[in-house]
Design a protein around this ligand. Structure first.
Ligand code: UDP
Ligand code: MG
Length: 338
């Protein structure tokens, strides 16, 4: 390898001077054009090929780039390969976790480091194709903040593709974001997006949702997908159950973190009113001389009132927690002119 190391971001590289001439908008010398973020767990066989392909694509685009490999606790020697890549070309950068923290944590670590104007995430298993990067960036240039890949023709076992269709459909309906493939590893972002979203737990599936909730524009683009060449998948079927629980978290935290009582209180009040209505009716019956102790409805009325009050007090507790934690409003600011 004869590529020179590009460590000093202050010094304009010959590449960036060329870009000025060619009129591309990638011309701020203090900033890279592209950061590629790649989370990986035990993918040693794929890494050299992947690195080579990314490098080829970026050279062709004539941009200033970096790749962040996040080794999420691999035990198969992936890190040794990454160290070698880094030594050969300093634009390949590596973060190594002490243990496996999951794909979301790996993405978050990469997002924190990314210096590019644009950020592309992709899986390390060669299922995502680096050749798609230019087209994704073009879409960002059109003005979108996030472009999510859509594996229209997918090379995965049917046990994965069918639940995944269902998952995408439900997520689309519940969030109002009409894209076909939320969980595609291949996505492109403006840097603002990755600095604004907080990806933790297993929320990587919902980055488009988190971005949309923060006010960014989201679109999708059909991308090539390949069968897994080496190694095996890291996610079993349990992902779907967990995925839906995570969806509840995302919906709840994005809509109600500021005002939890709006959710709990609304349901609570509905319950209490229903319960009071039922019991008022039974009281009337009792006054009229009918026996009510044998009516199952009585228990429903009592239950609704009790549960309703419990929900209201849960909401109030949540409000107290919110109040002490968020001293200032968490808003996503686009610009400040002063
Ligand atoms: N991955 C990771 N940490 C994990 C699990 C997976 O960094 O705990 C990486 C994995 O190495 C791959 C990407 O996340 O680069 C997607 O995983 P995989 O290909 O197993 O998912 P699938 O394609 O089966 O959905
Ligand atoms: Mg894969």
């Amino acid at each position: 390898m004869t590529e020179e190391r590009q460590e000093n971001p202050k010094k304009p590289s010959p590449e960036s001077v060329n870009q000025k001439k060619s009129g591309r908008r990638y011309n701020r010398p203090s900033q890279l054009d592209l950061s590629v973020v790649i989370p990986l767990l035990n993918e040693k066989d794929s890494l050299p090929e992947l690195a080579e392909e990314i490098k080829a694509v970026c050279s062709r685009m004539n941009i200033r780039w970096e790749v962040w490999f996040i080794d999420d606790g691999s035990t198969d020697g992936s890190f040794d390969i990454l160290r070698k890549l880094h030594r050969q070309d300093g634009r390949f950068k590596v973060i190594r976790f002490r243990r496996n923290y999951g794909k979301s944590a790996a993405l978050a670590a990469g997002f924190k480091q990314a210096r590019g104007k644009f950020v592309v995430t992709m899986d390390a298993d060669l299922q995502d194709d680096p050749e798609e990067i230019p087209a994704l960036l073009d879409k960002l240039e059109e003005g979108y903040d996030l472009v999510s890949g859509w594996k229209k023709k997918r090379y995965d076992p049917i046990t994965k593709t069918i639940p995944s269709k269902f998952f995408n459909f439900v997520t689309g309906v519940l969030t109002g974001i009409r894209i076909h493939d939320f969980n595609c590893g291949l996505k492109a972002y403006r840097r603002d997006v990755v600095k604004a979203v907080n990806v933790y737990g297993e929320l990587h599936r919902y980055v488009p949702v988190l971005a949309k909730m923060a006010g960014f524009t989201v679109t999708e683009k059909v991308v090539q997908h390949h069968p897994r060449k080496y190694g095996k998948t890291k996610f079993g079927l349990s992902r779907f159950l967990k995925g839906f629980l995570d969806l509840v978290t995302v919906l709840f935290t994005s809509r109600y973190t500021q005002r939890p009582l709006h959710l709990f209180g609304t349901i609570g009040i509905i319950f209490v009113v229903l319960g009071l209505g039922i019991n008022a009716y039974l009281t009337y019956m009792w006054i009229m001389g009918y026996p009510i102790s044998n009516r199952p409805l009585l228990f429903l009325g009592i239950l609704l009132i009790m549960v309703g009050f419990q929900l209201i007090s849960t909401g109030l507790l949540a409000e107290m927690i919110t109040k002490s934690q968020f001293n200032q409003h968490h808003v996503s600011t686009r610009e400040i002119l002063k």
